[in-house]
Write a protein that binds this ligand. Structure first.
Ligand SMILES: Cc1cc2nc3c(=O)[nH]c(=O)nc-3n(C[C@H](O)[C@H](O)[C@H](O)COP(=O)(O)OP(=O)(O)OC[C@H]3O[C@@H](n4cnc5c(N)ncnc54)[C@H](O)[C@@H]3O)c2cc1C
Length: 319
């Protein structure tokens, strides 16, 4: 339960849902409930919510589309803040374009904008750099935190700056070097505990370049087609494990004979060994058992320790 005085404070600026099922808000559709759940629909809304949260030192997490997250079955005892921008696009103040004489372009966007929508919008308008993100169901904020990437591209390659909010209304501008980016790694995700708070990404500036919209549309269709032919359509969190240096995690799980293995309603996809799908009513515990099975078999068979690409949050069912 959230303290009543904070609830009162929050309800003045946003609709707060108590005991909200988190399975409704992560793409793999598992997990317990959140003590409190609010949605920020734009930058202003996010800032207002964060002011209350930081001032009251409330336990919180900002999520985007929940496409790289699993909450355990015991749920989350603080406040989950969904930062998902329903607008974003042509003529919208949430996307600001600045063209340079050398053909490069800076685009500043609010962190809650869906990656795929932004990718289509930019390519239609002849700005290249984010085509790889088509088909990734996250937000640009989540992509910055995870250094998301695909088809040889990544956020780290095009990020000019991210604008980050810290307690006390402190706004910081950071570069990829500040974020210590490496493969699916940023210090926002992995090191926030050292400071005792999670920084929040408010806005992002990307450096893009001019290219013909026709060429960009073709590239987008190529990438979409590759995804459709290799990835399952059932609810999942995308890749469960990071690819080790020597082999892909999907290949290792396939070689371990685990494709198609099912526990409860959770299944290792028979199409892609690194995608764990929810066939209906899977719990976090079902998924966890499959993850442990995959880790054990790959360690035994190949002496390789798989590391989660997804982030796992919240309490055990017994807590
Ligand atoms: C079908 C499918 C395919 C996928 N394919 C790919 C792929 O090809 N490449 C890839 O890299 N990923 C892929 N993913 C994973 C995922 O979509 C990306 O990691 C995405 O960038 C996560 O964005 P999100 O908004 O969903 O973040 P969430 O999952 O909601 O959150 C992820 C992390 O970011 C933090 N966060 C989110 N927004 C903010 C913010 N504004 N401020 C501070 N912290 C924030 C959260 O607290 C959490 O730590 C895939 C997922 C699915 C389901």
């Amino acid at each position: 339960m959230l303290p009543t005085n904070i609830l009162d404070h929050l309800t003045k600026i946003a609709h707060v849902r108590e005991n909200e099922p988190l399975s409704h808000h992560v793409t793999i559709r598992v997990g317990g409930t959140a003590a409190g759940y609010v949605v920020a629909r734009d930058l202003q809304g996010l800032k207002e919510i964060m002011r209350v949260v930081y001032d009251n030192r409330l336990d919180f997490i900002v999520i985007g589309a929940g496409s790289n997250l699993l909450f355990r079955d015991g749920g989350f005892s603080g406040l989950v803040i969904e930062n998902f921008n329903v607008k974003g696009g042509a003529g919208d103040s949430s996307v600001q374009l600045e063209e340079n004489a050398d053909g490069s372009c800076l685009v500043k966007v609010e962190s809650g904008i869906p990656l795929a929508r932004l990718s289509y919008y930019l390519s239609r308008n002849g700005f290249s750099g984010l085509e790889w993100a088509v088909g990734i169901p996250g937000t640009i904020g989540g992509a910055v935190v995870n250094n998301a990437g695909a088809h040889g591209g990544s956020i780290g390659n095009i990020l000019e700056a991210a604008y980050i909010l810290e307690p006390g209304d402190v706004l910081k501008q950071v570069t990829p070097a500040d974020l210590e980016y490496s493969y699916r790694y940023s210090n926002i995700r992995y090191k926030w505990r050292e400071n005792g708070y999670r920084p929040v990404v408010l806005q992002v500036t990307l450096r893009l370049h001019r290219e013909s919209p026709d060429v960009l549309q073709k590239r987008i269709m190529l990438y979409s087609g590759r995804r459709r032919s290799s990835q399952p359509s059932q609810p999942s969190s995308g890749s469960m494990f990071k690819n080790p240096l020597s082999h892909t995690a999907g290949w290792l799980i396939d070689q371990a004979g685990l494709k198609g293995t099912r526990i409860g309603d959770a299944q290792i996809s028979s199409r892609h060994g690194n995608f764990f799908v929810n066939r209906g009513h899977a719990s976090y515990s079902d998924v966890e058992q499959l993850m442990n099975m995959a880790k054990d078999k790959v360690l035994q068979g190949f002496d390789i320790a798989l590391e989660e690409e997804v982030e796992i949050l919240g309490n055990d069912a017994s807590e």
